[in-house]
Design a protein around this ligand. Sequence first.
Ligand code: SF4
Ligand code: SF4
Length: 451
Amino acid sequence: MSVPPIPAASGHTAGQDAARPLAALAALEPLMDKCVHCGFCLATCPSYLEVGQEMDSPRGRIYLMKAAIQERVALTPSAIAHFDTCLGCLACETACPSGVQYGPLIEQTRATVERMTTRPPGDRLFRRLLFSVLPYPARLRALAWTLAAATFVKRRPGLLALLPPRLRALTALAPDGPAAPDVAERTAARPPQRRRVGLVTGCVQRVFFGDVNAATVRVLAAEGCEVIAPAAQGCCGALALHAGEREAARGFARQLIAVFERHPVDVIAINAAGCGSTMKEYGELLHDDPAWAMRAQAFAAQVRDVTEVLAELPQAAPRHPLPMRVAYHDACHLAHGQGVRREPRDLLGAVPGLEVVAIGESDVCCGSAGIFNLVQPAMAASLGRRKAAHIAATDADIVVTSNPGCILQIRSAQTPPQARPIVHIIEVLDASIRGADAATFKVPTHPAAGR
Ligand code: SF4
Ligand code: SF4
């Protein structure tokens, strides 16, 4: 079932969304009505597992949304708190036998909350700080010097504990190492060329996970893909969309579409699950913008996670053995948001000597979830410890995932001596193609425990 459009008879436009935010949520009432209150989703909902209250579950939130549009419940701070504890992980969509599309519901609820209410000054300031820096690679690079300070503090638990909770989370999650340079705008395929692939390099990913982008380019090129990574590209809007900043997300989407329209490619690849999930929904995000609706649909139809791109191509580059056990962590926006579970496991399974081992509660979010671990640090840290404990219970040598947010979150939650190296799947494939040793993956400089 597709998401119902806002009724045309209302003369609705994006600009009017701002004036009538509750009407925009009310237009999604048919989606709310699909919930039959069975509760099958509760066991995989991380906020319900943590808080144990009905109102912090998918079923409870849908009830609350319905009460809000019927104006039986006001959007008070205590009501909003139940929406704020939602990670947007979409595990409930996977679990739901009735096909409830919870994603559009929570996105529009968040947009409604941000339009209709005013957050406390400290909360507003913190969110404004995040959204004025994170989506802008140039600003992130300019602030990269702060990483040295963050690394200094997070190695000193006593000092870290003195920080306020949100600043402590920001510090503990800060990546190690300097900002990375961009990948080349064009990289030739190893012949024979099989695809021309556009690469979305991300904003945070581009600055702090340059190694992952570089590995992505090498693997795609080795598999016969010419790689085009336009330097002019910016943020995809995922962070903004997941936080209820819908208009900002639409602006980022238009910019990204326009950049890639100047570079015709066969497919657009992304190596960050949260970004891929959002870009595949650009058609819905811009459906009511006559100038962009078709362009957004065309862009979205080309988007693939990099593991999908590779899984579609018969393997050309030989893999060298990597004898190690890998705990594969499903990023929520890849597994639940895009339904991509088989491709990463198949790609890992094709590496000689590599064994994939399962992690307990694999459907439950690690607590990363966009900016969730920054704005809800206590619950995020608890979920991180929960995930780290499941990983510690395996006999894996290394943890592999497909989203930079998960890497930072799990890395900061692991504690010695059980801490394992955690890397992006593309780095494993790259190491195998290059013939690198399994010892290339090391436990990083470890943040202080107790976040
Ligand atoms: S998106 Fe995740 S946290 Fe939110 S209700 Fe669904 S399962 Fe729970
Ligand atoms: S599983 Fe689906 S139908 Fe059942 S309570 Fe959850 S959202 Fe509602």
